[in-house]
Ligand binder design. Structure first.
Ligand code: HEM
Ligand code: HEM
Length: 342
């Protein structure tokens, strides 16, 4: 079994040079079952023992100035089937293999080793750092099975999973960090509110409250303008986020730009609308209504797609799902009333 937990002691025999019985212990990455034991051994020395299930790939623990991968220095270790273990420091200066540099970085490594415990199917990454206080942003990664760095350049491959956390060394508490959490949240909420909620409410107002003329018109103009401004801000946040994350979200981005273009077309059409009595007004109406409908459908799709990309999970899906359902039900009721009236 691959169990280890903070209620059990590590038994690393006499392989380790420092006392492993008085370490603090914290489950630091629960989905991968990473357990970190550490101690402030002496004023300028910290000891770490990272216990992870042996998945036949490299394991890494890095110290980050800001929670992001880029800019961190990491201790990376792997154990070949032959039983040879290797542990090295890498400088993570970019998110490409050739930007992850072996035997570089700003950690003062005092000693390091990797041990495998066949009976518990676990690997132990053990190292000591010369520092008064290690950085509290700690990142972890697991490599690809059976792919190991080889001499002379010891290139790493991209991880199959990674985590960014903040560790409180006093209490041992770990909380997971999402890089650019505020920008992500801002992008999601602005787009949701702008394109995915206000624009729909604006369309409902235009379709079902024509009896209150010209009030419906002002309300529609106001709501759609507000929706457009929030949505535009949301798209700008998206582009900034995309530059920062360097993530591959090309379909989501393309759909987002199409939505923005449709939104601009709607505003231009609105400004250039022909008179109500004009002959071409019929065609204008058809155009404005259908571009609006397509935009809303694309927006709803891109919101669920964005939530999926951002791994925001069930709560965002459920929240937006509920709002969309309510708006849809309101529209159905109003549509029925509209048909009855005619
Ligand atoms: C050659 C080796 C590596 C490559 C090619 C690589 C590549 C990448 C890429 C492309 C991303 C962004 C994609 C995404 O968010 O899904 C990323 C994110 C991340 N990586 Fe790496 N990585 C490498 C090594 C490492 C190591 C050794 C660690 C940990 C010690 C690490 C920790 C992280 C973390 C925590 C993130 C998410 C936070 C962020 O985006 O900055 N990476 N990596
Ligand atoms: C040029 C346009 C856009 C770009 C470049 C962009 C980029 C991004 C990026 C990079 C993410 C994070 C994905 C990740 O974490 O890996 C994201 C998430 C998201 N996007 Fe966009 N996006 C754009 C337009 C839109 C539009 C128009 C909508 C809605 C109609 C939208 C809705 C969302 C939502 C709901 C999320 C999830 C929020 C989160 O991750 O916190 N995006 N987008």
């Amino acid at each position: 079994q691959t169990q280890d937990s903070c209620s059990s002691n590590v038994n690393l025999n006499d392989q380790v040079r420092f006392d492993t019985t008085t370490l603090n212990c914290a489950p630091v990455w629960s989905s991968q079952n990473f357990i970190l034991r550490y101690a402030h051994t002496s004023p300028n020395l910290w000891s770490f023992v990272l216990s992870v299930p042996d998945s036949n790939s490299y394991i890494a623990m890095g110290f980050s100035p800001n929670g992001q991968m880029v800019g961190s220095s990491a201790i990376v270790g792997w154990m070949l089937n032959t039983g040879t273990g290797t542990i090295k420091q890498y400088q993570l200066s970019g998110q490409r293999s050739d930007q992850v540099l072996h035997d570089q970085g700003n950690l003062q490594v005092n000693s390091s080793m990797i041990i495998s415990q066949p009976q518990s199917k676990r690997l132990y990454l053990i190292f000591q750092l010369n520092t008064e206080q290690p950085l509290s942003r700690v990142i972890y990664a697991v490599g690809q099975p059976s792919v190991f760095p080889i001499s002379p350049n010891f290139a790493l491959v991209e991880h199959t999973d990674k985590a960014s956390t903040a560790l409180n060394y006093v209490t041992g508490q770990t909380k997971s960090e999402t890089p650019h959490a505020k920008l992500r949240k801002g992008h999601g909420i602005l787009n949701m509110l702008g394109w995915g909620i206000l624009m729909i409410i604006g369309a409902i107002v235009a379709r079902y409250s024509k009896q209150w003329d010209p009030l419906w018109f002002y309300a529609h103009t106001l709501i759609q303008s507000l929706g457009f401004m929030l949505g535009l801000a949301g798209v700008i946040c998206g582009i900034i986020l995309n530059n920062k994350l360097d993530a591959d979200v090309s379909s989501h981005k393309a759909l987002g730009i199409i939505i923005l273009v449709l939104g601009c077309l709607q505003i231009m059409a609105f400004l250039a609308r022909p008179d109500k009595t004009s002959k071409v007004r019929k065609y204008w109406n058809w155009y404005h209504h259908n571009v609006g409908r397509i935009m809303i459908i694309f927006a709803i799709a891109n919101i669920f797609y964005g939530i999926h990309l951002g791994e925001k999970g069930k709560s965002w899906n459920a929240g937006y799902g509920v709002i969309i359902t309510i708006l849809f039900l309101i529209a159905v009721v109003l549509e029925i009333r509209l048909w009855k009236r005619n």
